[in-house]
Every structure is written in structure tokens, then in C-alpha cells.
Design a protein around this ligand. Structure first.
Ligand SMILES: [Zn+2]
Length: 175
């Protein structure tokens, strides 16, 4: 497989063409910037190789524990992490669930410390609701779609590189 270094280089090289294409399609510099940043994030930190101990995984630093269950759960290069269709979708859903759990744990601990009693489920739900409202108000639908498109493209280019690499390796064995 291409090394993490190769994947990083390809991701960075794709930034300019991605920006140009996104600008052309969306007709907005702001959205093109979001797509490009999400693509870089998707390639460097939010990509398919979170299913193993990789550069993407270690870049999460102290927060890498958030991806530990993902790494254990998904077999390396399975379609659930590397698939063009499922890869990004599953990572986004997984990450949203992990964040929801972290928020619940934070609300729980805070209530224990402040009032000495665990919070009710309704209090946890209202914390989730506040975050969701805050996000939808600040981010907006178009920006969220642009971010998803960028994340998807960052991961898809990784998978396409993996596939191209395997094909080249196989054909070089024939000759
Ligand atoms: Zn990979």
C-alpha cells in the first residue's frame, strides 16, 4: 500500500484543484474554502486509515482514544472504512455518536460535582439539543453539505490511491 507519507502528499497536492473545482461548482469562495479545508481534514485526520495505527490516527493526539473503538471494530481496508460509499458516512455517524457520548459523560460528571447527584436523562438531552441548535445556527445547510463533500473527497482520493496502487503492483508482477 502507499505509505502514509504518499497519502499525505496526494491530499495536499489535491488542495488547489479541489478549491478550483469547488469554486466552479458552488460559485462561492466561502463554500470552496469549506470544501477544501474539509478535504484536507478528511485526508489527513478523518480518513479511512483510522482503522489502523496510522498517521491519521496518531494525529488525533490525546483525543485518539475517540477512534480506538473504530480501529478495533473495523478490519483494515474493509469496505466499512475504505469503501467509497460507506467509509465517510460511517465515520461521520460514528463520530457524532462518540461526541454525543462525550457530551453525556461531561454533563453527568458536571452534575455530580456541582449538585452531588447524577443528572436526569432530560438534562442530558437538553445539552444535546443546545449543541445541535448552536451548530445549525452557525453552520447552515450549504456549509454542512460542503463540509461533507470535502470529507468524502478527501477519503475517496485515499481509497482511489490504494486501488490504483494495487492495480499497478499486480501489473508489474506480470511483466
Ligand atoms: Zn488506506
Amino acid at each position: 500500500m502507499p505509505s502514509g507519507k504518499t497519502h499525505d502528499a496526494i491530499t495536499v497536492m489535491l488542495a488547489v484543484p479541489t478549491f478550483a473545482a469547488a469554486w466552479g461548482v458552488a460559485g462561492s469562495l466561502g463554500l470552496a474554502t469549506i470544501v477544501t479545508c474539509a478535504m484536507l481534514f478528511g485526508g489527513l485526520m478523518f480518513g479511512p486509515d483510522l482503522d489502523i495505527q496510522s498517521r491519521q490516527y496518531t494525529r488525533w493526539g490525546v483525543f485518539r482514544f475517540l477512534w480506538w473503538p473504530y480501529k478495533v471494530l473495523f478490519r483494515h481496508r474493509s469496505r466499512w472504512s475504505h469503501g467509497i460509499i460507506f467509509g465517510t458516512l460511517i465515520r461521520v455517524v460514528y463520530f457524532a455518536l462518540v461526541i454525543a457520548l462525550v457530551v453525556a459523560a461531561a454533563v453527568y460528571l458536571r452534575a455530580l460535582v456541582v449538585s452531588g447527584a447524577p443528572p436526569s436523562f432530560a438534562e442530558i438531552v437538553s445539552a444535546w439539543g443546545a449543541i445541535e441548535t448552536g451548530l445549525t445556527q452557525t453552520v447552515g445547510k450549504h456549509a454542512a453539505l460542503a463540509a461533507f463533500a470535502g470529507l468524502w473527497w478527501g477519503a475517496a482520493s485515499h481509497t482511489l490511491t490504494d486501488v490504483a496502487w494495487s492495480v499497478l503492483r499486480k501489473s508489474s508482477e506480470i511483466f
